[in-house]
Design a protein around this ligand. Sequence first.
Ligand code: CEZ
Length: 821
Amino acid sequence: MAKFIEDGTRYQLDDPCIAPNSAAYLWNKKMMLHMNCRGYAVSQYMDPEPRKYTHVPNLAAQSFMQPEQPYFSHHPGRFFYLRDNQTGEMFSAPYEPMRVSLDAYAFEPGLADIRWKIEKLDIELTITLSLAANDVLELWQIRVVNVSNHLRDISLIPYFPVGYASWMNMGGQYNTELNAIVCSSVTPYQKVDDYFKNQHLKDLTFLSASRIPDYYEVSQAAFEGEGGLHNPSSLQHGGNLANGEAHYELPAAIMQFQYLLAPKASDSLRLCFGPAKDKAEIQQLNQRYLQIDEQQIKAESEDYFSQAQGCMKVNTPDQQFNHFVNNWLPRQVFYHGDSNRLTTDPQTRNYLQDAMGMVYLNPQACKKAIITALQQQKFSGEMPDGILLSEQAELKYINQVPHTDHPVWLAIVLSAYLQETNDYSLLELPLAWADQATQSSVFEHVSKAMQVLCEANDERGLPYIAQGDWCDPMNMVGYQGKGVSGWLAEAISYALQLWVPVCHKLEQTQLANQFEQHATQLNQRINQYFWDGQWYGRGITDNGVLFGVSKDVEGRIFLNAQSWALLCGAANQQQSQQMLAAIDEQLDTPFGVMMNAPAFTQMRDDVGRVTQKWPGSAENGSVYNHAAAFYAASLYANGLGERAFKVLRKMIPSNENEDLSIRGQLPVYLPNYYRGAYYQYPRTAGRSSNLFNTGTSAWFYQLLVEQLFGMRGCSEGLLVSPQLPKEWLHASAHRKFRGATFDIEFVQQALSENAIQKCISVSANVSQSTTLTISNKSTNTLLIGGFTPGEHYSLTVTLSGIETELSAQTTRAKKVEYDEH
Ligand code: CEZ
C-alpha cells in the first residue's frame, strides 16, 4: 500500500507496476531531473540554454519539458544490475531494464532526495539520489547488504546510458586518473560562427566513482550483445565487462564492482554523474563531491530545499491533504518561483504567476520578479510574451507567438503582493522601460499595462486574442486580427477590479474611475456578446463565429469562460446557477473538471492547434489543473467553499491502488493535467501527464492560505474568513504573516448535508497580548490588527452554521464573532 512516511516528508510506492510512469523530481538553479519509479530519467541543465547530458538512442529535437513522457527500454535512465556470481542469477534495480519481480521494492521520493529500497536474492540495495546544491551533478549512494547467512560473491553494475550525443563525433573511455568513464561528443553544427559559440558547452558526460571499478564498458552494443538489456551478453555465464571503449558508437557509462560480503555485511558506493566541459572540471567535481563527507553534501542540498517552506502549516482531519500541502505543495511553488522552470525566457504569464506563489514563501523574490518583468515592458505599456533572464537569452518557441493576455497577470500578482506584505512603497519605485530610459513608478508601469488592456479592443469594445490568450495553442481564433476572446474580456474586467482599489489607495481617483467604468462596460459586453443562455461562449472568431456554445458539437463549453465570469462578477445569481449546473453535467469527472467538452476530435482552423491535440490531453479537454484552480478561485470568491474544496481535493491523488493505477501520479506534486475526454475516451481518463511544470501550484497555495483557511492580508492587518469543508469539525493552522506568527484553532459546529453557509463566532482570551485588536470586518470576516513582528499569537475561531438549501446557491450573507487566547 502506497503511503506517506517520515511524517509526510517522504512518499513510499511499494510496487513498480501499479503506476509505471509515476515519478518524482529534483532540481537546483542549474538543472532539473525527472526520475521515474522504475529508473527512467529525463534530465536537463542550463548551459546557459537548456541542454541534455544523456540522450535517447537516436537523433532527437531539443524541446521543452513534455507531458506524458513515453518510456521505452533504451530510454535514458539510471540502472543497477546485481549478479550473484556463485549462481549467475541477476536482477536490476530499481526495476528496469530486466523487470525481474523483486522480493521487496520501495520508491521513496523525499523533499531533497529520491530513494529506492530493493531486495532480491537476499541482497538488499538502498539507492539514494540527490543533486549537488550548486553544480550540475547527480550524487548517487548505493548501499549493498548481504541479508543471507552465508558469504556472498556479487557484482554490482551501474549502467548509465548516455545515448546519441552527436552525429559529428561521440565516444567514450575509462580515465584512470579521474577514475571515471568519460563520454565525449561534439555538439553538431555547420555554421563557422557556431564553432566559436559552442566553445563553452559541456560536451562531456561522465560517471565517476568512490572506488575503482573491477571492470568497465563504454560501448552500449558491446554491453548488450545479442542478450539485450534484459540479459546483457557481457554479463551472461559469469562473464565480466570487457573494459571496452566507444568509438563513434553509442556510449554508456557502465562499471562493475565485485563484492565479497560476509553474512549481514554491507558495503557502500558513491557515484557522480553529469556533464562537464573538460577533464579539469571533472577533477574539481570529484574532489568536491567524492572526497568530502557525504553528510556535508546532504546538508547543502537540504539547505537549498529548506527554502521551500510555505507560510502555513495546517492540521486537518484529512492526513493525505495535510502531508501534501505542508510539504510538497510549497516545494512545487518554490521550484517554479526559484528555478523559473529552468528556462532563460519564461512565458510572461508563467513568470508572474510563479512569482505570485513566492509571495507566500519569500515576498522579496516576488518583488524582484515584478521589477524584472516591468523593466522589460515597452513604454506603450505592452508586456513581452516572455521575460529574458540573462543578457544572452532570447525569446524562443511559444514566446515568438503573439499572445494578448500578459498584462492581466500584473494586476493579479501585484494585488497578491500588496495584500500579503502591505508594501505599497513598491508602487513608488521608479523603473525604466524596455525601450525608454526615462523612469516611471511601478504604479505607472502597471496602470499603463491596464491601459493597453482597455485599448486593444475591436469596434465592439472586446479584446483581441491575436494568436492566443491564456490558452497558448488557441492560435487561430484571431490570427487575422479580428477575433476576440471572451475569457480575456472577463480576465481584464477582473484585473481592473483588482487595480481600482490600488488606484484609490494612491488617490488616483480619475484612473480608478476610468478602470472601474471599463470593467463595468466589459461585464455588460460579456453578457451581450458571449452569454449563450446557459453558459458563456469562449470567443468570437475572425469570421464573427461565437464558439464554445450549445450549438457546437465539439468544444461546446469552456471552463475558463465560466470561472472568470464568476470572478469578474459578470454573472448574476441565476446565470451562476445555470453555469454551475452545466459544469457539473458536462465538465465534472471523478478526476476533476475538464477545461472544455466535448474534446475536439478534428481540426477547427478558426480556433487553432488546440483542436489538433489528442482529445482529452493538454488544452484539448483535459482536466487541466491550472484551469481547475481558476474555477476553485471563482467558487471561493463567491462563498462556495464546499464546492471549491472538492475541486482542489480532486487534484491530489489518493494512496488507493485503483486511483494510483488509473492516474499513475504520486501525491508529491500537481501534474499540469489529468486526461479528460471522460465521455469520449473513458479508458485513458484520469491518466496524469506527470509534468510538474504548472501554474496550478501558485494558485492552489494562494487559495489554501487566503480562501480555504481564509487568512489573507489587508492594509489594516490579517483578515480571517475561512471556508472550511463542513466535515472538518476541527482544524488548525500555523500562519506566518508579516513577521508575526499565528496559531489558529478552527472549531466548527456540525452542519447538515446541504448546509453551505457558515456563520463564524470566535471566542477570545485576551490575557496573552494587549496589542492585538480583533474586530468584525464584516459578518463573516475578522480583522486582526495590532500584532508585532517576532511575536506569536494563538487564538480559537469557532464556526457555527446557518442552514440554507441548494448547494449551488451563491449567497454572500455571513456573520463573525471571535475569542482570543
Ligand atoms: O504551456 C502552457 C503554458 O506554459 O500552456 C498553458 C499556458 O497558460 C501556460 O502559460 C495553457 O495553454 O504550446 C503548447 O501547446 C503547450 O501545450 C503549451 O501550451 C503548454 C506546455 O505544454 C506546458 O504545459
